[in-house]
Design a protein around this ligand. Structure first.
Ligand code: AP5
Length: 213
């Protein structure tokens, strides 16, 4: 099964994708994570995208489609979760073609609906485990032991450079200008499903499970 998690920054895409990886043996393809890895490893592409990401703007279609193309060269029985991709109509068309080239298809597009007012608090309170990528929040989702990852025991917690209010507002602007048209696009294709992304994390998990089952 191949699905897209669609929603604005802070909607909970990464949180839910990680759960699906654990529960359903799916593979998470997060273009945000791939781009951050490229920055950390200091590749030429990483240097090119760093400023764009910090400003909260979108990286070019060419770069992100190239990243996804590489990942789709292998197949995976559990299927893929596209997290943060596609973000433009050009990316959506490219994904259709890339999947078709491997004989695969998209099974569902799950829109995570949230109130914009909740996103500032979510994004500015976020931190992640630098070793396994588990996502936490200062208020709503703290690790059981202060500063220690529940999943892997690491104390290497990190905050993202673009998780500040100014950058978030630009990311939201990009979302409404370039990504939200995908809601109508996938609705018209009969693939759109929606969940209430403002519900508790466990309840969102159950709503997504109900769609996938
Ligand atoms: P990316 O990394 O994709 O960021 P994003 O889309 O802005 O989404 P986030 O990761 O911020 O949020 P999320 O929905 O995953 O929320 P999370 O689960 O962490 O992209 C970063 C940048 O890379 C872009 O700005 C762009 O520059 C570039 N980029 C990436 N992909 C691109 C593409 N395809 N094309 C062009 N450029 C691209 O949750 C957030 C917080 O809320 C956490 O603290 C979590 O614990 C908490 N939380 C989650 N769910 C709940 C809940 N139900 N209740 C309460 N709290 C919750």
């Amino acid at each position: 099964m191949n699905i897209i998690l669609l929603g604005p920054p802070g909607a909970g895409k990464g949180t839910q994708a990680r759960h699906l990886v654990e529960e359903r043996n799916m593979v998470q393809l997060s273009t945000g994570d791939m781009l951050r890895d490229a920055r950390t490893s200091g590749t030429e592409m990483g240097k090119v995208v760093a400023d764009v990401m910090d400003r909260g703007e979108l990286v070019t279609d060419e770069i992100v489609i190239g990243l996804i193309r590489e990942k789709l060269e292998g197949t995976h029985a559990g299927g893929f979760i596209f997290d943060g991709f596609p973000r433009t109509l050009a990316q959506a068309d490219a994904l259709t073609d890339l999947l078709a080239a491997t004989g695969a298809k998209l099974d569902a597009v799950i829109e995570m609906q949230v109130d914009d007012a909740a996103l500032v608090a979510r994004v500015t309170g976020r931190f992640t485990c630098g070793d396994c990528g588990e996502v936490y929040h200062d208020v709503t989702h703290r690790p059981a032991a202060e500063g220690v990852c529940d999943k892997c025991g690491s104390t290497n917690m990190k905050r993202r450079a673009d998780d500040n209010e100014e950058s978030l507002r630009q990311r939201l602007m990009e979302y409404y200008k370039k990504t939200s048209p995908l809601i109508g696009y996938y609705y018209a294709k009969g693939q759109l499903r929606t969940v209430d992304g403002l519900a508790e994390i466990d309840d969102v998990q159950q709503a997504i499970a109900a769609i996938l089952d």
